[in-house]
Design a protein around this ligand. Structure first.
Ligand code: MG
Length: 309
C-alpha cells in the first residue's frame, strides 16, 4: 500500500510539480489499484466518485469490522484522526493489509495554531503537524487536514498579518510534507468555528501564494452550506489545489439524505469539471442506525453523481 513511499523526493516533486497540477497525485502508485476496482463507476467524462468514511462514521466495534463494512459497501477511503497517530501507524498498516481500503486523509490532531501571536503556540502547531505528516506519509495518505486557527484560539494576529505569517510557515510545512510524500490540506470552516478561513477560494489563494506542491486545500459541503454562494463556484475555485472533500447532510451535519432536500449535484458537477481525483469523505453524525443510513447515503451520493452532467 505504501509503494509510493519508495519514490525519491525528486520523483515525487516531479510528479506533482511539473505542469502545476495536483491531479497528478491521483496517479500515485499507492492509489493505482483504485482505477481497477470493478465497483467503481465511471462517469461519462471518466471522473470517478471515490467515497470514503471517517473511522468514527463507519459502523463496527473494531477497525476490522469497520473495514469489512466499507468494503462490502464499495467504500475504499478511510479517514483517521491525527491525534496520537504515530502510535497507531503499525496497527493501521496491519489492518489495511490485503484490503482495498486506503487512507484518504488524516483529520487534524495537531496542537497550537499557526496564526497565534504567541510564538510557542505556532511552534507547537508546526512540531505536532510534522509528527502527523510523517505518520500520514507512512500510511500513504493524500494529506493531513489543517485549520490555521479556530475562533476560540486567541490571541491571533489580525487578518493581513495572520495570512502573511501563515504563508511563511506553510512554506516550511509544505517542504516537510513533500519530503514525506504527503501534503497539508487546508480546511475552510464556517464562521461559527473559524473566522480566518471560511471559503474554498480563500484556501486555494493561500495555496497559490505558498507555491508548494505540499500545500493543498479542501471543501466541506456542510461548512460550504453556510459560507459559499454556490457549491459549483466553490469547488471550481479550488482548482488544482483541491485535494479532499467532506460531506454531510446540509442542515444538521448528519448522514447525507438524513436532512430533507440534501443536494450535492452542482458540487459534483464542479468536481467532474476540475477532474477531481481524490475522495469524498463522510464527516458527520447520524440520526438513524448507521448500518441503514450510511448505505442509503452512499446510494444517494452515487445517484446524484450520475445526475451531475
Ligand atoms: Mg470538515
Amino acid at each position: 500500500m505504501k509503494n509510493h513511499n519508495t519514490e525519491t523526493r525528486r520523483g515525487f516533486i516531479r510528479k506533482i510539480g511539473i505542469g502545476g497540477t495536483f491531479a497528478a497525485l491521483g496517479a500515485m502508485p499507492a492509489l493505482a489499484s483504485f482505477s481497477d476496482a470493478k465497483e467503481k463507476k465511471k462517469s461519462k467524462n471518466g471522473v470517478t466518485l471515490n467515497l470514503g468514511l471517517q473511522e468514527g462514521v463507519a459502523p463496527g466495534e473494531s477497525l476490522s469490522q469497520k473495514l469489512d463494512f466499507m468494503e462490502a459497501n464499495g467504500v475504499y477511503g478511510l479517514e483517521v484522526g491525527g491525534g496520537k497517530l504515530a502510535s497507531r501507524v503499525t496497527e493501521i498498516q496491519n489492518a489495511l493489509q490485503n484490503r482495498k481500503v486506503k487512507i484518504s486523509a488524516i483529520c487534524a490532531g495537531f496542537k497550537g495554531w499557526l496564526i497565534s501571536t504567541d510564538e510557542s503556540e505556532r511552534k507547537k502547531c508546526m512540531d505536532t503537524s510534522k509528527e502527523i505528516l510523517a505518520a500520514a506519509g507512512a500510511l500513504g495518505s493524500y494529506g493531513m487536514i489543517l485549520v490555521p486557527g479556530f475562533n476560540g484560539q486567541q490571541p491571533s494576529f489580525p487578518f493581513v498579518e495572520a495570512r502573511a505569517i501563515l504563508i511563511d510557515q506553510l512554506k516550511e510545512l509544505g517542504e516537510f510534507a513533500v519530503k514525506n510524500n504527503t501534503t497539508v490540506i487546508l480546511e475552510p470552516l464556517n464562521r461559527r468555528e473559524a473566522w480566518f478561513l471560511r471559503q474554498v477560494s480563500d484556501a486555494a489563494a493561500i495555496c497559490r501564494d505558498v507555491e508548494s506542491p505540499g500545500i493543498t486545500c479542501m471543501g466541506d459541503f456542510w461548512h460550504m452550506t453556510w459560507e459559499e454562494t454556490d457549491d459549483m463556484g466553490a469547488f471550481i475555485s479550488g482548482q488544482k489545489y483541491l485535494n479532499h472533500v467532506h460531506v454531510a447532510s446540509r442542515k444538521t451535519r448528519k448522514a447525507p439524505g438524513e436532512d430533507e432536500g440534501d443536494n450535492y449535484v452542482t458540487g459534483f458537477k464542479a468536481l467532474k469539471m476540475i477532474n477531481y481525483k481524490h475522495f469524498v469523505s463522510f464527516e458527520c453524525g447520524t440520526k438513524g442506525d448507521k448500518k441503514v443510513v450510511i448505505p442509503a447515503a452512499l446510494k444517494l451520493l452515487r445517484d446524484q453523481w450520475e445526475l451531475a452532467v
